[in-house]
Structures are given as C-alpha cells and as structure tokens.
Design a protein around this ligand. Sequence first.
Ligand SMILES: C[S@@+](CC[C@H](N)C(=O)[O-])C[C@H]1O[C@@H](n2cnc3c(N)ncnc32)[C@H](O)[C@@H]1O
Length: 299
Amino acid sequence: MNAKALQEQPQLHIPVMASEVLTYLNLQPNGAYLDGTIGAGGHATQILNQLSANGKLIGIDRDAEALEICSKHFSASAQPVLLYHSSYDQFPGILKKLGISELNGMVLDLGISTMQLDSDSRGFGFKTNGKLDMRFNEETGETAAELISRLSERELADFIYQYGEERHSRKIARTIKSLKQLTTVADLKEAVRRSTPPHQRNKSLARVFQAIRIAVNSELDKLAIFLDHFNDYLCIGGRVVIMSYHSLEDRMVKHCFRSLKQSGKLKVLTKKPIVPSEFEQFQNKRARSAKLRAAERIA
Ligand SMILES: C[S@@+](CC[C@H](N)C(=O)[O-])C[C@H]1O[C@@H](n2cnc3c(N)ncnc32)[C@H](O)[C@@H]1O
C-alpha cells in the first residue's frame, strides 16, 4: 500500500489509559463486566483477555457502526461478548434480560471515538465534510442541524457557553441564527469563522462542535442517570472506572463518588483523577484531556 492510501485508511480508535483501566478494575477471571461505551472494543479486548470461559462481558454502544466493528472483531473470541445497541444508562434493563443481578466491574469511556470524529458522514469533526448530524445513534432523535434550527439564539449561546466553555458564545450563536441555512459542517464552520479571531479559531471550533454534540446526545443527562444507580448493580468489592474528557462530566463523577463515600457505600480509589502519562499524551493527542476516576463498592 502506498503512503497516500495508508493515510486515507480509517484510523481505528486507540484505547486511552488501557493499562490503568485494567489495574483499577482488578479483574476477576470468572466475573461479569460491563463496558458501557464499547466503541471499537479497545478496552473490551483487554478485559476479555483476562476473563476465563466462565467470565462475561456485556458491551453497549449507541452507535450501530461501532457495534458492527465489535461484532466482527469479537466473532472469533472464545467467550462471547454480549453486544447491545443502547445507551449505557439503560444497563439495568439489559442485566434483567440476561438474568444478571450484580456486576464485578463497569467501565465508561465517555465522549467520542476516532472513527466518529474522522467520519465524513457523521458531522462530529470540524475537519470533516458533510451533513451536520452528530447523533451517536443515527436511528433516533434530532440531528445537530435540526436542534440548532429549533433553539432560540439565547438557548444556543447558553449551550455553547456551558458545554463548550467558549467565551464568544453569544456572537457565535447570533451569527449561526442569522444564516439563511445551516445544514452542513461547512455552514457551522463558516459561522464560527465569522465570529471569532483567527489566532484561536481551531480551539473555538473544537469547543463549539463539542458543545453541540453534547446537547444533541443529551450526554450529561445520560451520565446523571448512570451515576444515580450504578452502585446498586455492583457486587461488594466490585469496581467502577469512568474516563471523562470534559470538566463538567469529571465534576459530576467526582461529586457522585464523594457523596457515595460519605454515605459509606463506596471507597474512592483515585483521590485525584488519573491522567495519561506524558508518553501516552505524546503518542495519542486525543488522550490529552482524559481524566480517570475509579471506585469500589464497600457496602
Ligand atoms: C471514546 S469512545 C469508546 C472507545 C472504547 N473504549 C475503545 O477502546 O474502543 C466512546 C463511545 O461511547 C459511545 N457512547 C457515547 N454515549 C453513549 C451512551 N450514552 N451510551 C452508550 N454508548 C455511548 C460512542 O458512540 C463511542 O463509540
């Protein structure tokens, strides 16, 4: 394969802090585990490698394409991976169907995969072309373009400010709403270009795209539901590991762990969030904003 063809190959997602995830999960070979955001199956592969034939791995993703990659990837594996096209906050219903009452561990690797970010048909990345969709689950809900057209200028500015921490939020929202049409990645990029100074434009673009993605997928709502009940489905000694890429998500995890610790139900294993090593950050720049928190159920 020549260099150009190699560059054009879709990049598979590199799992972030893979060895740290395994360390904090403290895997039991016969245990039952949940990967709530299985993506390309990077963390799941590592978990599976440590499970015996009696172990179980349940994988959930909202993205049907991710599940297709996983079902091919795991088709030859000795233990079946039970894959579900769903949202991770819905995991209790899946456990009920499987007749599993408790898990030995759960992993969430929040946010977006490399395949999603780089895809020209999904609209997640500002370096891509195509329709402004941004739904993890393409079968349901409003696309980014539909959401933006429904929101008022003020609501849009608030999302861009809260979920993107972008200080030009008002001006960007005003420009977006003044456009005759907004249906593509290029339209949104043009609105940000017109409203921000050139020297930090890529940062503004990243923040605006992130904010709209979070809003389209109600990402904070899903996390809040999960945090509300995950502990009830862990066995005593069971572990939860959550990686987030946004300060709002990390704060939600931190506060939840702290309150379960105060009620004597959880031992927090990470006093401060764990971040990728300098080497990993150098090798995988998408890992740079990752923060990992882990905890163990004690009562
Ligand atoms: C960072 S990637 C996970 C990568 C994975 N850990 C790996 O090693 O390949 C995040 C994944 O979470 C999925 N996702 C986002 N929100 C979700 C939700 N509420 N429920 C299930 N999956 C979700 C995305 O579709 C994406 O595939």
